[in-house]
Design a protein around this ligand. Structure first.
Ligand code: NAI
Length: 343
């Protein structure tokens, strides 16, 4: 089975290489992203392996199908970039529902600590022999209230970490889970009561711009906003305005709505065309990492292992637990009752 990888970086290739030419698999790696212009690179492949910023819309799916591709293997948990409904009946779609939720939750806490203790400033200062403390006053996390939006695998671990720091943990989730220390509230109340708001829900039509100007207006003045989930959960222009108005005290962003053509690439010799991102980056209270939260050795190993298992399961004609199926419209959860293959 020939598998064409898109958006593959050296660290992806390193984690997948050991599976090449094993179990009947043959890999071909491209650094370019999958989109309507590059889709023909998949010609002759049985499967494509894609990541979060590849475009797998209806047109790309039709072109893949025409080229003989029968499997889309996502190397990610999120699948908002794939038109799963359009793929149904043509191309099977598998994903990696969990690899290391710790990687993302720990990155969210790393960003929060960096921000509130001004580590990003101190690091640059001491490298320049500037040992002044002026302007570096932080605040204790202990006793503060964090609002966690989405308490699935990652959000729950982030909540545990915050609990360990002695923070009060509020949460909002469409499907609240049992917890001895998390207090679930309606979204508006969570926004009003939280010193820190961290996003861990998926990007759907319902959650797009969940954090808009109205939501920001409800937040406490000086709130710290963390987004390690998907960029479009936040209206970036509203966020920028909230920062300029001093309503938002700090923002920690691992994802950005328009990241697809920017993140994962070295753009240091280029003029950044995105004015909102360019302005956000200039802010002393904004920290941006380029969709790096997942990037740990443990996560990369686990992504490669599960992706290969998903592909091998497809080759063997097995029911793959990680298939995203649109049969009942309940994309991820219907597999729990599935007795036969999706289609
Ligand atoms: P999960 O599926 O375990 O948890 C998602 C939670 O969000 C669930 O509890 C669900 O009930 C809740 N939810 C769904 N719709 C909601 C809504 N409208 N409002 C409030 N809550 C809602 O997913 P997991 O593994 O925790 O991942 C969360 C997100 O993190 C992913 O969707 C992905 O976008 C992002 N992610 C980011 C990474 C990065 O490197 N920055 C890496 C991996 C995931």
């Amino acid at each position: 089975m020939k598998v064409t990888f898109f958006d593959s970086k050296p660290y992806d290739i390193a984690s997948f290489e050991k599976y090449d030419r094993q179990n009947g698999l043959e890999f071909r790696f491209y650094e370019t992203k999958l989109n309507e212009d590059t889709v023909n690179l998949a010609a002759g492949s049985d499967a494509v392996c894609v990541f979060v910023n590849d475009t797998v819309n209806a047109a790309v799916i039709d072109a893949l199908y025409k080229n003989g591709v029968r499997l889309i293997a996502l190397r990610s948990a999120g699948y908002n970039n794939v038109d799963v409904k359009h793929a149904f009946g043509k191309i099977h779609v598998v994903h990696v529902p969990a690899y290391s939720p710790y990687s993302v939750a720990e990155h969210a806490m790393a960003l929060l600590l960096t921000s509130v203790r001004r580590i990003h400033k101190a690091y640059n200062r001491t490298r320049d022999n500037n040992f002044s403390l002026n302007g570096l006053i932080g605040f204790d996390l202990h006793g503060k209230t964090v609002g966690v939006i989405g308490t699935g695998k990652i959000g729950r671990i982030f909540a545990d970490i915050c609990h360990g720091f002695g923070m009060n943990v509020l949460a909002y989730d469409k499907y609240p889970s049992e917890s001895s220390f998390i207090k679930y509230l309606p979204l508006d109340e969570l926004l009003e009561k939280s010193d820190i708001v961290s996003l861990h829900c998926p990007l759907t039509e319902e959650t797009r711009h969940l954090i808009d100007s109205a939501a920001i207006a409800r937040m406490k003045k000086g709130v710290v906003v963390i987004n390690t989930s998907r960029g479009a959960l936040i209206d970036a222009e509203a966020l920028l305005e909230g920062i300029k108005q001093r309503q938002i005290g700090a923002a920690c962003l691992d994802v950005y709505e328009e990241e697809a053509d920017i993140f994962f690439e070295d753009r240091s010799g280029h003029i950044l065309a995105d004015d909102v991102l360019a302005r956000l980056i200039t802010m002393p209270n904004v920290i941006v990492t380029s969709h790096q939260a997942y990037l740990t050795t443990e996560a990369l190993d686990s992504i490669a292992k599960t992706t290969v298992e998903n592909i091998v399961s497809f080759i063997n004609g097995d029911i793959c637990e990680n298939e995203l199926c649109y049969r009942c419209g309940n994309i991820e959860h219907c597999k729990k009752e599935r007795k036969n293959k999706c289609f």
